[in-house]
Design a protein around this ligand. Structure first.
Ligand code: DGJ
Length: 732
């Protein structure tokens, strides 16, 4: 077992293949955090803690006159609010008497074989070939009201440690959770950089690296979704850590709602990292005998730089977070109707579009927004999941049959959480929308949201979605959400439980997605929230791919997909070739470049094939063939970031290398073109140093390609791209 416990020193050591995590219940029963980092000797790392009499950092009562013992300074596993640790805390509870001062002490622990699961929440899972163990450490609050069960999942081969928390009320009165963070890591020393991913609609997950300064630096969302603005994935690294060298830690939140990621650099140059549900929209009542589960955080450590850290997440998320048939089966190349024709379609037009696409080798046709209710534009109809047969000119079954007759699969768009005031559903059930009685709600895209915390509302929507799905042969579903939450109020909850709405909304979403995946296990579901507004590890548990951004411009996508790649594999990134000039930026890029970028994702098209030149159509045919040829390498290979598109001078590159080093695909985009410019080289990664490789008919030793690099072809056209296949020569 990868979990070691020394009962004399009450020391817990968790080991993965390359990392180690350690905690210690000290003499007062405080659970100290003593190590997270490189694997080494199993030794009590608490020797690193310095004890000194610190002014204005008080001492717990049981420490009596031991003025050098202060929770304000000690590295702790789960620090609480109100009892002398003045840093950001992991837990704030309102007791029945209205007070919030809380202290926790070690009460026991147990180890279990296998990886724990969380009721109603996504969680990393182990498979038969992946060893996993669980440690549950129980802390009790010193007022004997509740237990805090800290869950640790240790996935040795994946080099991943997961954390979650269960708060169990064992008193006879209600307690209110005002803040429950899912993880806390205290670092005794070190100068750190914090890496975060910020953005906005049509520009998600921009990469940002900053040196931690004294004080609190945080990212988060109070939008009810994980958001376009900040992603629930953080990296902490050494100041000199690069793609290939140095230490770094990843913190990924498996949750799709409000979150807060905090880094506090304190008075003694110690760093505390916290990640969990954002407390602003959160106050959860736990009744006697009941428990609250905090969502999971997946943590990883690498001492070989950011690239290796990303690959740890890629592997874990591909095989131990995403579920179902589509994790291991090649996904169809699709054509989505949205940017091609928006709302302007009927059945005939769709079939023509599908036919044109089928002739190019596209395998799945997706009918996006506009097929239901009164939905001619984005201002009405949401909530009325009834096929608009008048618009289509046929039933959905008939449309789907026509698409299938072309040899294609058929997919369809929904926005299950959305509701327009101009809909039959709203007219019948205005109280089903999130809005506060007596206050006009905030509209966004002229729509509201349904109260997904309510089971009756979800049941209604679920049954209507199923009626549609059962009426035709449908292999793919796009689950969209086009606004942030506001006006949080649920008609079914009492006043003191309104603080639960945002979290219950997410639980409701997960509940419905779980039902959907169970009822339609073979259906490919793509998540979406106005592009990448809910691109998070929580959603990936239900939808193995997520539309990365509504920005389909290939050059903009370089940064978006680059930022996304830090925490998520390319197999999860919805990416399409769209028309030029691009709808969002007006930019022209070669169709080859648009494919280079889209292939580094799920790959599909989003344009009207009818408007394409014959030359472009024949290029598309060969792109689809090429994507199929490289599918395994791209989707399951090791991903390397070679440059940063925001700082690269002329060429931006990334690479997919087979895990056994037998081949690699180098993807290069010329960002700038200069007459009489300098030469450009790219160092290849992940090859076998002693093997010989063939590139465009020439032979090179692996070590030469990795050390000296490959001389890149000179670009002759703006934004030209190159896909360079590097293959190990057989029989040597
Ligand atoms: C936002 C999505 O990101 C788009 O791809 C498209 O599905 C529209 N919604 C439809 O309303």
């Amino acid at each position: 077992m990868a979990i070691l416990f020394d009962s004399t020193s009450r020391l817990f050591t968790l080991e993965t293949n390359h990392s180690m995590y350690q905690m210690k219940a000290d003499r007062y029963g405080v659970l100290l955090h003593t190590w997270f980092g490189m694997k080494g000797s199993v030794f009590d790392y608490s020797y690193l803690i310095s004890y000194a009499d610190r002014g204005f950092s008080g001492n717990p009562y049981e420490a009596e006159d031991e003025r050098t013992y202060s929770l304000d300074v000690l590295p702790q596993e789960y620090p609480t609010y109100g009892s002398g640790d003045y840093r950001s805390s992991a837990l704030k509870v309102r007791y029945p008497d209205g007070t919030t001062a809380c202290e926790l002490r070690y009460a026991g622990h147990k180890t279990l074989e296998g990886k724990y699961a969380l009721p109603g929440l996504p969680a990393i899972y182990a498979t038969e070939d992946t060893k996993a163990d669980t440690l549950v450490i129980t802390l009790e609050d010193t007022r004997h009201c509740f237990y805090v069960h800290l869950y640790y999942g240790v996935l040795e081969e994946l080099d991943m440690i997961t954390r979650s928390v269960r708060i169990e009320n064992h008193s006879d009165a209600e307690i209110y959770l005002e803040n429950v963070q899912s993880t806390c890591i205290d670092y005794l020393h070190g100068e750190f950089d914090l890496h975060t991913f910020y953005g906005r609609h049509v520009k998600e997950r921009n990469y940002q690296r900053m040196t931690l300064r004294h004080g609190i630096q945080s990212v988060g969302s109070t939008r009810g979704t994980s958001s376009h603005q900040y992603n629930p994935f953080l990296i902490l690294s050494g100041e000199d850590t690069t793609e290939e060298n140095g230490s770094c830690y990843g913190f990924s939140f498996l949750y799709s709602g409000d979150f807060l990621g905090t880094a506090e650099y304190d008075q003694y140059n110690q760093t505390r990292i916290l990640l969990g549900i954002h407390p602003d929209n959160f106050c959860y009542c736990v009744k006697p005998g009941e428990s609250f589960y905090a969502p999971e955080v997946a943590m990883a450590y690498s001492h070989n730089g950011l690239g290796e850290l990303s690959r740890i997440y890629h592997k874990a998320y591909r095989n131990h977070l995403c579920r179902g048939k589509w994790t291991a089966t090649r996904r169809p190349v699709l054509l989505n109707s949205w940017e091609g024709i928006y709302f302007d379609f009927n059945g005939e037009k769709l079939v023509k579009m599908a036919k044109d696409a089928a002739e190019l080798g596209v395998e799945l046709f997706v009918m996006d927004d506009g097929w239901f209710g009164k939905r001619e534009l984005d201002v009405s109809g949401l909530g009325d999941w009834i096929v608009n047969e008048k618009k289509l000119g046929c039933t959905l079954g008939e449309l789907s049959d026509q698409i299938h007759d072309l040899g294609m699969q058929f997919g369809i768009w929904f926005e299950p959480e959305g509701i327009n005031e101009d809909s039959d559903l709203y007219r019948a059930h205005p109280d089903w929308a999130l809005q506060v009685p007596g206050k006009s709600p905030c509209r966004s895209r002229q729509q509201l949201l349904l109260d997904f915390s309510r089971e009756d509302v979800r049941d209604y929507i679920f049954s209507h979605i199923c009626q549609v799905l059962d009426s035709a042969k449908i292999e793919y579903l796009k689950w969209d959400l086009n606004r942030s939450l506001s006006d949080l109020y649920s008609a079914l909850l009492p006043a003191d439980r309104q603080g639960e709405v945002a979290h219950r909304f997410v639980l409701g979403l997960y509940d419905m997605l779980e039902k959907l995946t169970q009822r339609y296990p073979d259906m490919l579901i793509e998540g979406c929230s106005g592009g990448g507004g809910r691109f998070d590890a929580g959603m990936l548990y239900y939808t193995p791919q997520i539309w990365c951004s509504d920005d389909t411009d290939a050059i903009e996508r370089l940064s978006i997909q680059y930022g996304t790649s830090f925490g998520y594999p390319v197999s999860t990134m919805g990416s399409h070739v769209s028309k030029c000039p691009n709808e969002q930026t007006g930019r022209n890029t070669p169709i080859n470049t648009r494919a280079t970028v889209a292939m580094s994702g799920t790959f599909g098209y989003e344009l009207d094939v009818n408007e394409m030149s014959e030359e472009d159509k024949s290029i598309v045919r060969s792109q689809i063939d090429e994507f199929k040829k490289y599918y395994d390498l791209i989707q399951y290979g090791d991903y390397y970031r070679l440059t940063n598109p925001d700082t690269a001078e002329s060429y931006h590159g990334w690479e997919f290398a087979a895990a056994d080093g037998s081949e690699a695909l180098l993807c290069i985009v010329a960002l700038q073109i200069h007459p009489n410019g300098p030469g450009c080289w790219m160092k290849v990664k992940g090859l076998k140093p002693d093997s010989i490789y063939t590139v465009d008919g020439k032979e090179y030793p692996g070590d030469v390609l990795m050390n000296g690099g490959l001389l890149l072809p000179a670009a002759t056209e703006e934004y030209e791209s190159f896909r360079i296949h590097i293959v190990e020569k057989m029989g040597i």
